[in-house]
Design a protein around this ligand. Structure first.
Ligand SMILES: [Zn+2]
Length: 272
């Protein structure tokens, strides 16, 4: 049996990926191209250089790992770019034999002064759908030799944010300048939960609500209202927990956030 489970066998069997970050999965070639177009400064403009400096094999801690998202997120507040990286993500997964993905991303990070959460989610859905459609139009799928590709989207609220992370978050911090920070983070989460429910009702494949970002010092229980809202509207819930904030964050995720699934940040596998 052991001899039969080879890398080739694993590549060939249909698989699912339920923990897949859109902004953690950009092709390096695409990141470099989009960064050049958008004049985003990267620490290196070669794939080897980025692998050495940012998208490494191992990381010192969670903030070290999350550092890379700063660059990928800088090129994503553009609907065409979002659609492109979503389509490429399907292509890359399909090539690896993956046939079902749940793609998670934080729409509020990619909103600009001229777009909203709805636009961002629609752009990602369009890219995923285009990739799936291309795969599903193949002769192998049509003849039943191959498995069709399906996908869902998980919307991530952020545990905390700073004004430099997106115009959306900058506006929230400016407009709620007298509120404690944890209340502002919680307000953004609740707003995203509401958006997710509405977008799912519109027919977009929103399959879950998540909480992402730096864990230490930012307990999931602060986002209770958002999770309660998602729960009350039959949206499934996942929480990044237990990676950098101890077992109590998993306890909170289950007892206060109604988590159907626990995700840890380092269980993500950046394609970069
Ligand atoms: Zn993750």
């Amino acid at each position: 049996m052991k001899d039969r489970i080879t890398p080739e066998f694993i590549a060939a069997i249909p698989k699912s990926d339920l923990h897949l970050h859109l902004d953690g999965s950009l092709r390096l070639k695409t990141l470099i191209e989009l960064a050049r177009e958008a004049k985003v400064k990267l620490p290196s403009y070669s794939e080897a250089g980025l692998r050495k400096l940012v998208f490494k094999e191992t990381y010192k801690d969670l903030p070290d790992y999350l550092h890379g998202f700063m660059y990928t997120c800088a090129v994503l507040p553009d609907l065409e770019n979002l659609e492109r990286v979503a389509r490429e993500l399907v292509e890359d997964n399909a090539a690896e034999g993956v046939r079902y993905i749940e793609v998670r991303f934080a729409p509020q990070l990619h909103v600009t002064s001229s777009t909203g959460v709805r636009d961002v989610v629609r752009a990602v859905a369009a890219g995923l759908a285009a990739g799936a459609k291309a795969h599903n139009a193949s002769k192998a799928v049509k003849s039943g030799e191959d498995v069709p590709f399906h996908f869902g989207m998980i919307l991530c609220a952020m545990r905390r944010f700073k004004k430099g992370m997106s115009p959306y978050f900058a506006d929230m911090l400016r407009l709620m300048e007298h509120a404690p920070k944890d209340e502002i983070y919680a307000a953004a989460s609740l707003e995203l939960a509401r958006a997710g429910v509405e977008l799912a009702k519109e027919g977009l494949p929103v399959v879950g609500f998540d909480l992402a970002g730096e864990e230490a010092g930012y307990p999931p229980a602060d986002h209770w209202a958002a999770y309660q809202y998602a729960h009350n509207h039959f949206v499934r819930k996942t929480v990044h927990a237990g990676e950098a904030y101890g077992p109590e964050s998993i306890w909170q995720a289950i007892t206060q956030c109604h988590a159907n699934r626990i995700g840890t940040a380092l269980s993500c596998s950046p394609r970069t």
